[in-house]
Ligand binder design. Sequence first.
Ligand code: SAM
Length: 326
Amino acid sequence: MHDGHNRQINYLRVSVTDRCNFRCAYCMPEQGVPMLSHDDILSYEEMFRVIRVFSQHGISKIRLTGGEPLVRRGITGFIRSIADLNTITDISLTTNGSLLAGMAGELKAAGLKRVNISLDTIDPERFRCITGGGDVATVIKGIQTALAVGLMPVKLNVVLTNIISKYDVAYFVDLIHREPVSIRFIEYMPIGDARVGPGPSIAEIKKMINSSGRGTLKPTLDIRGNGPAKYFCLPQAKGSFGFITPISEHFCGACNRIRLTADGKIKPCLLSNQEVDIKDALRSGAGDDEIVKLFYAIITNKPEGHTLSNSGNPTNFFRKMSQIGG
Ligand code: SAM
């Protein structure tokens, strides 16, 4: 399935909940966002129907996100049902990692292939501060368990804010020498009412890595994700670094994805207010052909690119990141 700009669309990101046990300072307001009621949220059966129907029209990869996907009860069974669809070849999950240690084994057994874990600093106090109370030790344990049960690859997402320090970068350099993880630095997108300041640029992070005494970053094409990261290796490392630049060098020309929000909207682009309601159709007895029509409507009208810049006005967006599913 190709969109109006001849991009192949094969990837659906599903936000299974708007709830989160963290309050990341760049993602969600301190007081949280107004909670949706149980009825406002799609049931797993409804999400499964969307995935099944879309998968008959070119969607073959699913990423589960949130809010925090692991706080929604029944996530393991949901993954198992998606894995049973022979049209879906890849199921992945983005998580804050806080509940992962206790769940990684069952998630893997259910059919989860790989996992992205957010980790913006390894300093316990700064971590508590940026996440609104999170415990970095539980996340490290989650990363270790994900590796131990064979979720592959394990990728870490580091949003670049003023919370990151040279000690974090040194830790990450060491980590990719010990473990086969990909650590991806992501430019902060100014779409919420952030309580953090801007962090180092990608060029500054590369400079810190190159001056760590462990060699010079070399671009590699050996590592490919479904997304926009550009990957780099160090000479003796088991893992790699990735850089994601939605602001300084956006990658809309290669975008392959659409999104389903927890409250039943399909979005063609993270950074667009455009959305199509699918919940009404699901709940008013629509046939699969009507669901397919909505799918084609959103893909045909997928914008060519976003226009967010560093000076982007956050009030332009009526959803916070946690309500879309980054
Ligand atoms: N709770 C999960 C987590 O923490 O990974 C999944 C949801 S979270 C919205 C998904 C990803 O979006 C995380 O990696 C997070 O760091 C990233 N993210 C959230 N707000 C962002 C922003 N303003 N700029 C860049 N990345 C952001």
